[in-house]
Design a protein around this ligand. Structure first.
Ligand code: GLU
Length: 286
């Protein structure tokens, strides 16, 4: 067996569509071609949006596509202690702070410049004094945010390797003080993904280009938590006729629908491997 371990890590908050299938196939094939391991991790950290029915469908979709994984299916909801321990380490380094702001307050902040993803947090709660912070923590729900400037200063210059983009200098500052633990969920995507990729020995992270910006933050967290950095493969996304990436909300057909329609999943997967996409669907580069 080679040293390659890859994973598919869907969030069970909706149905998988062709874009997910494409990503899963690429991650699976990378490992299988090298005689390595391919893991399935269910990123069910959002209790409000996770549905058991989506988890069942994900498992059936992958089997239908002919993609087998190694070992047990890992669910992030069963690993909350690991994420809490990582957050505690960052607290001990004084690199995180509680944030009491609502989404509406952040959105209303006219000064907030926009990063690659969500609006960049204007830093309101970073400057609270210790007494105010302690009082509000006892009384109000709060998230935990990274103190980005302090974290970057502590980590020093960082880079990572992307099989497609080449050597990338990490610029996490652009994302601002991102959330590491949410008010309504004990951990955010950024922290959970970094902890799990390391804990599961993931050597190669294969995922869509839409998560490229997040990797700047992931690289920083790896440095702060002394975790290894995998090789990344941020692949082009599948897009619809309007050039926008496939999304369920824009009518991208769910794999489950194609499956129930009697389509052959293995044939579909082989088509995607050869770059033959169903009508109206393109690879972003094309
Ligand atoms: N759970 C994330 C998603 O479904 C993907 C995580 C990753 O591949 O890093 O968008």
């Amino acid at each position: 067996m080679s040293g390659i371990t890859s994973r598919f890590a869907p969030s069970p908050t909706g149905a998988l569509h062709l874009g997910h299938a494409y990503s899963a196939i690429r991650a699976h094939d990378l490992a299988r071609a090298a005689g390595g391991r391919f893991l399935l991790r269910i990123e069910d950290i959002d209790p409000g949006r996770t549905r058991e029915a989506h988890i069942t469908a994900i498992i059936e979709d992958l089997a239908w596509l002919g993609l087998g994984w190694d070992g047990e299916v890992v669910r992030q909801s069963a690993r909350l202690g690991l994420y809490a321990a990582a957050l505690d380490r960052l607290k001990a380094m004084d690199l995180v702070y509680p944030c009491f702001c609502t989404r509406a307050e952040i959105a209303a902040s006219a000064a907030a410049p926009h990063g690659d993803e969500a609006p960049v947090y204007p830093g309101t709660c970073r400057h609270l004094d210790a007494a105010t912070r302690a009082g509000r923590m006892a009384a109000e729900p709060h998230a935990w945010r990274i103190a980005m400037d302090a974290a970057v200063a502590r980590a020093g210059p960082l880079a990572w390797r992307d099989d497609i983009a080449g050597a990338v200098v990490a610029v996490p500052e652009k994302q601002g003080d991102v959330v590491l633990a949410r008010k309504d969920a004990p951990v955010s995507y950024h922290l959970a993904v970094v902890v799990d990729d390391a804990a599961q020995g993931i050597s190669d992270v294969v995922r869509g280009q839409d998560l490229f910006a997040a990797t700047h933050v992931h690289r920083l967290l790896q440095a702060l938590l002394d975790l290894p950095t995998p090789l990344y493969h941020h692949h082009a996304l599948l897009v619809g006729p309007d050039g926008r990436r496939l999304a369920k909300r824009d009518g991208a057909p769910a794999l489950a629908l194609l499956r129930h329609d009697g389509q052959d999943g293995r044939e579909l997967a082989d088509g995607l491997r050869r770059g033959q996409f169903p009508a109206g669907i393109f690879d972003q580069k094309a």
